[in-house]
Design a protein around this ligand. Structure first.
Ligand code: HEC
Length: 125
């Protein structure tokens, strides 16, 4: 009797383990593309990315005042420094390296748009 109970519990446990191990942990597989409500214009250079760089970054990062040795005035500058820019804008607001310095963190969709633009090969679109 007790043995049967133990065996059933054991099998249930194994079964539960097998079922959960087949369960996909991949967010995109489960729910589709992340944040489909983000405006796809944010993934384009001219209409989506250049405007926030001009508004939030160029005051401190231009050819005259290149804080941290970084100039973000041109497409080529953004192209060349995309990874370090992404790293800084993804940081949390309490991180002193978070950019834009002294400003609130950029909106989630803005950051995601920039990430997608990089993944698309940083086109000048
Ligand atoms: C108020 C001025 C100011 C603003 C606005 C600002 N930055 Fe900065 N940024 C700095 C300073 C000062 C440094 C150098 C100190 C440091 O590395 O944190 C810096 C450093 C950086 C670096 C590191 C450069 C390197 O090569 O290590 C990146 C990348 C950067 N900023 C990106 C941005 C982006 C993107 C924005 C706009 C979203 C922005 N910054 C807005 C002042 C600013």
């Amino acid at each position: 009797m007790t043995k049967a109970v133990i065996r059933v519990s054991f099998l249930t446990l194994i079964g539960a383990f097998i079922i959960t191990s087949c369960y996909s942990e991949n967010y995109e597989d489960l729910y589709g593309p992340r944040d489909p409500e983000c405006d796809s214009v944010l993934t384009t250079y001219t209409a989506g990315i250049r405007p926030w760089i001009d508004a939030e970054c160029v005051d401190c990062h231009n050819s005259g005042a290149s804080s941290g040795g970084l100039d973000l005035s041109t497409y080529q500058d953004v192209f060349d420094n995309a990874n370090v820019v992404l790293d800084r804008i993804k940081r949390e607001p309490n991180d002193p390296k978070m950019m834009p310095l002294g400003q609130p963190k950029l909106p989630r969709c803005t950051i995601q748009g920039f990430e997608k633009w990089i993944a698309a090969g940083k086109p000048e679109n």
